[in-house]
Design a protein around this ligand. Sequence first.
Ligand code: HGY
Ligand code: MN
Ligand code: MN
Length: 410
Amino acid sequence: MSVRVDGERLLRELAELAEFGRDPAGGLTRTSFSAADGQARAWYAAKCEEAGLEVRLDGLGNIVAGLPGGDDEPAVWSGSHLDTVPCGGAFDGALGAVAALECVRRLAETGRRSRRPVRAVVFSDEEGNYHHLLGSTAIRRGFSESELAAMTGRDGDRLVDALEGWAWARGSRTGTRVDPARVHAFVELHIEQGPRLEQHSVRIGVVTSIVGLGGGLVRFHGRADHAGTTPMDARGDALLAAARFIGAMPDLARSSGPASVITTGRVRVQPGGSNQVPELAEVSLDFRDPSRDRVAAMLEAIDRTAQEAAAAYGVTAEWDADEIVDPVPLDEGIREIIRARATDLGLSSTDIPSGAGHDSQNMALLAPTAMIFVPSRDGRSHVPVEYTTDEDAIAGADVLLATLAELADS
Ligand code: HGY
Ligand code: MN
Ligand code: MN
């Protein structure tokens, strides 16, 4: 019988990890490079070291852990992220990171000698507080010092300041790119974050592709004035222009395509007094579609809509767009292995596209890559009630382990 994970240990460690970053407002807030993220990294590194694994860090805090040696053969990687969205759940990222460690540990415990090493990976800032998919983008292509210096978080803080004294980074933060020749394959276990598996009572999702995504900030610049003495037709109210812009987003998504989505998750207003006409309104954008062309078209349409809204209120608008993250198809060969191993384990499986972005999107540009989904209760995620059953978490980890074991000898 194929080797299986230690389910008790997997669940215990998921519960331990969920203690880092508990938010009084509910759920978990483990923002990248925060104290809570640092506690989670320290915990993860200690678990790796307890298992006899060598822990390597790069200049932006990505972790790669595995048995010492074996660097001459391209390695099989598996992993995910430990950072969360504000008031997020205990499974997004965490399941894939803990399951990867469990798989590497189980392969070591069984004394199994395979052709190539298997390594557990934790990517920094997957949730993009400073840059979407920061850690895996750094592994794929690396960042220049000027790019890093320009990055700010949702609280307006600079990435370079957050990295000052950050204990979980080693070496140059511009020298993070990994030679594709070093990675044989990458597989990520992740919760579905949608309703499909649960609705169709399927245990395992074999991910076919990952959506393309764009992001950035639109800043409306008006003029601060006294709320009582400034006539309505003499104002440069940045927030009114932003409100008109935000209200136009649903129609923009609908006109883009049936699978297009746009989210304005955050608005920052300055100066912020209730008796002051707003001079700055900064709106965050997250927009996605399975087609890169549609993402690019939305990027252009967002700019046009921002300019129109600004003109309507006599203010100006600037669109500070992030680079588009391409949609990616996932590797058919590894998907076949996942399906076969799920069947061996008596688990139903189905093909499923991912509407969520993942580090696998970057890894797919480096090496053959695939993802395994397990069901999310009520399809909810990025919320405190995010949940996956013990049985499904263990089943997903068992499929991951069997897949990694096969890839390690391929
Ligand atoms: O936003 C996403 O799709 C992912 O959770 N970072
Ligand atoms: Mn995730
Ligand atoms: Mn997420």
